[in-house]
Write a protein that binds this ligand. Structure first.
Ligand SMILES: *[C@@H]1O[C@H](CO)[C@@H](O)[C@H](O)[C@H]1NC(C)=O
Ligand SMILES: *[C@@H]1O[C@H](CO)[C@@H](O)[C@H](O)[C@H]1NC(C)=O
Ligand SMILES: *[C@@H]1O[C@H](CO)[C@@H](O)[C@H](O)[C@H]1NC(C)=O
Length: 733
């Protein structure tokens, strides 16, 4: 079943012709760009809801039906040119536009024949997570919004925000949260604002507990209320609070009931506890029963479709079925859809109506600009910011042209002109356009400018790479592995050939390993090499981003949004049974007391180093529960930014019994903040303000319980805690 559906969404697209593009610039313009953000022009929810109710009450039954079920489904080569992945018809007499929905993960997915490479292939959501940079995420999301608008769409089927559980999850590259709910919450809010500022509905997905692909169509996720509240729900709550217009319910079951007909999660939790005000659409074919509308589903996607490849006919809400539902049930769902439409003011700019969207769909968006900046440059800056430097022995990077004269570039991803490990596969696949450079091409260009010689192998053999390594000052090995929606990765390894290649060249020359990966990988060879950096599917600019960091034009700024495990036993395995019990609770990733990390969650080096000192509590001008600060000084030789992470430890957790205390993680990420670029010797005080809710723990019997004793641990990663501040909160807080 899963495979059959996977086949629907697998996308096979034309190859892009690589060509040389203009020299990109790397100034950190994000802040300035964001100041230019136009004021949000959304209607208040109350006003949108009132308008929706008024219109819905006047609609004919058939018009209501149009709002609660999709009408067409476009895939590459589908018989519906001029349509999108998800569609509802326009209702012109009430200025209700067609909903035009498109995937998502790395940009606007090409479904119209002949349009591969006409949208920017941005870094994946996981690559964006590794920037730990809300401004960068918001900028990329704005650029996405601009391209969607240009393509005639008004709804993006993203962001994907599930918190990773299983390290080998096939869709992990699509998930903006990495392994942490707090990181996910911050970045999700930024993404939702970025997209919706452009008048495009964002869709938070996949709600909920779609943390693996194995058996995704039927698997039953079972978790405690505490894990949902303290971990997996955090990004969804943030999406709701940021005013997300839509949520997509998941394929799987939750506590025995399909997510798309689960009133507990859709109505009690999402609409009730989280205050979500938009509409819930099903994942494609994830609706199973007409009763789902009672449970909190508002729209079936893709709707009644007859010619879906492999599966044939899909859809629940046939005319004969929908007619049996009470008008009030359908009207209530339609009100939710209309509320999002009016909230985003889609009625004021209806745009094209499918199938008359061919002109928009055929347009080339790759040269678009967002607030004056070209998307090609935004994609490059985001990819560069996503690079995580894991290891840098003897400060080999950036390459010093005084010491390094000849380099070899090897590895099966170094010259791969299909750019296979730049992008994840499945519905999120976006073919890099013709500006994409292979890592080798980008390195050759920079090396020529630096006066360095680049040697490259003629074939792909380990022997040839090893022999090249004997005649150079350093070797760059570019390897990777890919992943796809619909299947989990079968291993966390890089494959025998890539591993053999790394070991063989490392025996002869200082070796720099560049990884293009869709999530956590094993690096049993890591002691043998000098330097390691990774990009989590960096999109069109992957190659160029590597070159800019290798040669020091940009500093690495990324941090791991996932833990790189020591062995395959140091992760949560993919559940193989139909019932997947989240028995580890909150203790995934760095929160586990037993998992060993090769490189811990939050890790990432700069080209300089920092010292932390003087942690202190601030009482003056602190309008929240607790304000703290730490001094960060650049003690290295080069300028750089530090990303300070504030983890909270509760020395004496109050709320539940002994088992509950045992299930409380030792530390939890509660804040992170980047310094400005600090010159050598320069310092900055980094302040963190925590709300009362940051200092609460959840237990089923008592709900959220305020903690009095806290310890803030300031770290450069989850395992590199530099300073600790113990303090107590007043009883009343
Ligand atoms: C699933 O069931 C458990 C045990 O009854 C409960 O604590 C939890 O809240 C439920 N989760 C959801 C998302 O409904
Ligand atoms: C598409 O354009 C044709 C020709 O102008 C028009 O007749 C038709 O009504 C349009 N379709 C929609 C759905 O607007
Ligand atoms: C390189 O080889 C690995 C392991 O066999 C494979 O997973 C990866 O997709 C290959 N990469 C490219 C770009 O072909």
């Amino acid at each position: 079943m899963a495979f059959r559906h996977f086949a629907i969404f697998a996308v096979i697209l034309a190859k892009a012709e690589p060509e040389v593009c203009e020299e990109p610039h790397h100034l950190h313009l994000v802040q300035r760009q964001l100041q230019l953000l136009r004021a949000p022009s959304t209607r208040p929810w109350e006003e949108a809801r009132a308008a929706a109710k008024s219109v819905a009450s006047k609609l004919a039954n058939e018009e209501l039906y149009d709002l609660v079920r999709g009408s067409h489904f476009a895939w590459y080569g589908s018989p519906d040119p001029g349509y999108y992945v998800g569609n509802t018809p326009a209702i012109p007499r009430f200025r209700i536009p067609a909903l035009k929905m498109q995937d998502a993960a790395q940009g606007f997915r090409a479904t119209e024949v002949g349009t591969a490479g006409t949208t920017t292939s941005f870094p994946s959501m996981l690559a964006l997570a590794s920037t730990w940079d809300e401004d960068m995420v918001r900028l990329v999301a704005s650029a996405l919004g601009t391209e969607y608008k240009g393509k005639g769409a008004n709804c993006i089927l993203g962001p994907s925000i599930n918190v990773h559980r299983a390290a080998a999850g096939g869709r992990n590259f699509e998930y903006l949260s990495g392994e942490d709910g707090h990181l996910g919450a911050k970045l999700t809010a930024a993404y939702v604002k970025g997209v919706q500022d452009q008048g495009i509905i964002a869709t938070a997905k996949h709600f909920a507990f779609n943390e693996q692909e194995t058996n995704r169509m039927s698997m039953d996720a079972r978790m405690s209320e505490r894990s949902q509240e303290e971990l997996y729900y955090l990004p969804f709550r943030a999406a709701a609070e940021a005013g997300v217009g839509a949520v997509m319910c998941a394929y799987n079951k939750v506590n025995g009931t399909y997510a798309c007909q689960n009133s507990e999660i859709l109505t009690a939790d999402l609409r009730g506890k989280m205050g979500f005000s938009g509409f819930v659409m099903s994942d494609w074919t994830a609706m199973h029963s007409k009763d789902a509308l009672h449970a909190g589903l508002d729209q079936e996607q893709p709707g009644m479709i007859k010619k879906v490849p492999v599966v044939g006919e899909v859809g629940v809400l046939a005319d004969s079925v929908i007619k049996t539902l009470d008008r009030s049930v359908v009207e209530n769902a339609a009100v939710h859809v209309l509320t999002a439409i009016f909230r985003l003011r889609l009625d004021q700019d209806m745009g094209c109506t499918p199938p008359n969207c061919t002109q928009e769909l055929m347009s080339d968006q790759t040269k678009a600009t967002t607030r004056g900046e070209r998307h090609e440059d935004i994609a490059l800056r985001a990819a560069t910011s996503s690079i995580v430097l894991l290891k840098n022995g003897n400060s080999l990077l950036p390459l010093d042209k005084g010491k390094v004269h000849r380099i070899a570039v090897v590895g099966n991803a170094s010259a791969d002109e299909t750019h296979r490990t730049f992008v994840g596969k499945g519905s999120g696949f976006v073919q890099p356009d013709s500006s994409a450079k292979t890592p080798l091409q980008a390195i050759e260009e920079k090396a020529a400018k630096a006066g360095m010689q680049v040697l490259k192998p003629e074939g792909a053999s380990v022997e040839e790479a090893a022999s090249l390594a004997q005649s150079v000052d350093a070797v760059v090995v570019v390897v990777g592995t890919d992943a796809s929606e619909g299947v989990d990765r079968s291993s966390l390894g890089l494959g025998d050939t890539s591993e053999a290649m790394i070991k063989a060249v490392a025996a002869h020359a200082p070796t720099i390993v560049l990884l293009q990966i869709p999530g956590a990988v094993l690096m049993p060879w890591r002691e043998e090499v000098a330097a390691i950096a990774c990009q989590f599917m960096g999109g069109v600019a992957t190659g160029a981003a590597w070159a800019s960091v290798l040669f020091g034009d940009a500093a690495p700024r990324g941090r791991l949004p996932v833990m790189m495990p020591e062995t395959s036993a140091d992760v949560i395995p993919v559940g193989q049974d139909e019932e997947v019990v989240y028995s580890e609770g909150l203790l995934t990733s760095y929160r586990s007391p037993t998992f060993r990390a090769a490189f811990p969650f939050g890790h990432g080096l700069a080209f300089t180093s920092f010292e932390y000192s003087g942690p202190h509590r601030l009482h003056k001008d602190c309008g929240v529960a607790v304000c703290v600060a730490v001094l960060v000084k650049n003690v290295g030789q080069r300028s750089g930014e530090e990303l300070v992470q504030a983890y909270v430890h509760f020395p004496d957790p109050v709320g539940g019994d002994e088992a509950w205390i045992q299930a409380t993680p030792d530390i939890m990420l509660k804040a992170f903040r980047r310094t400005k670029v600090l010159h050598p010797g320069e310092s900055q005080t980094v302040r963190f303000d925590f709300s009362a809710s940051d200092m609460k723990l959840f237990c089923s019997e008592r709900g959220w319980v305020a903690q009095q004793k806290i310890e803030v641990r300031f770290g450069a990663s989850s395992k590199d805690i530099r300073q600790t501040l113990a303090t107590e909160l007043a009883e009343s807080e």
